[in-house]
Write a protein that binds this ligand. Structure first.
Ligand code: SF4
Ligand code: SF4
Length: 107
């Protein structure tokens, strides 16, 4: 069964590490992506106070690190996320990790 990706983006710092780790894993050129950061905002939440958020979005090149997961390893992007806000696995397991409303689930 195809694995899913869960991003709990309230903790995402926008550090781009998942993008780079994935590029290396898939052997992609610097302008090609297996997962790509998108930015929401900036939104003005109060006078002169701006808020924005980052959400990494897997592309069609993402193969859910099937080879690594088969060997019992974490997906490369998840392994390198210092914020611990990205998981790849079975959808049933990932749904149990959802905490709050700032998440994106890719199936
Ligand atoms: S590595 Fe983690 S914290 Fe950094 S951009 Fe990716 S999901 Fe966000
Ligand atoms: S699961 Fe693997 S292929 Fe997909 S974005 Fe993460 S590192 Fe890239």
């Amino acid at each position: 069964m195809k694995k899913a990706i869960l991003i709990d983006y309230k903790y995402c710092t926008g550090c781009h590490t998942c993008e780079v780790a994935c590029q290396k894993h898939l052997g992609l050129e610097p302008d090609k992506w297996g997962i790509k950061l998108t930015q929401i905002g900036p939104d003005e939440v109060a006078p002169r106070q701006w808020q924005y958020e980052f959400v990494p979005v897997p592309t069609d090149r993402c193969n859910r690190c099937a080879d690594r997961l088969e060997r019992g390893k974490q997906a490369m992007c998840a392994q390198h996320c210092q914020a611990g806000c990205l998981w790849v696995g079975d959808i049933d397991e990932l749904v149990g990790r959802i905490d709050g409303d700032k998440f994106a689930l890719f199936v």
